[in-house]
Design a protein around this ligand. Sequence first.
Ligand code: GDP
Length: 137
Amino acid sequence: MEQTLSIIKPDAVSKGVIGKIIDRFEENGLRVAAMKKIKLSSEDAGAFYAVHKERPFFGELVEFMTSGPVVVMVLEGENAVVKNRELMGATNPKEAAKGTIRADFATSIDANAVHGSDSLENAKIEINFFFSGQNIH
Ligand code: GDP
């Protein structure tokens, strides 16, 4: 059993597809172990995406992630990290495989519907960023 962090980004929240996205996880063996709807501050978003600080798109990324509320979740299941990445599809929705969340719900490389941890090590860091152990069930 693994845990991974998923974020439903502001574009998908404002489109009203939270339920449809969670359905993809639940239908594919990923259980919601923790969940909350929050609005990130610029400090939160900047700290969360600190690895991308030097990238040219960092400012746009922080601006987008703070443009509206997000839904943050801990997903649990077998191979949860890789399974979540498969369900999400490629970062750029134009390159995302048919039937993936990004192919179906994302509009652009920044408004790309979901975030998912890219390794088990990062999943642990990202889960700790948003949740304390007693709120993960
Ligand atoms: P992910 O793990 O698939 O989300 O992709 P990355 O970790 O490489 O990038 C993090 C996030 O930064 C992506 O989900 C996008 O929202 C954003 N991003 C990545 N590349 C670009 C880019 O070239 N332009 C813009 N505007 N945003 C980008």
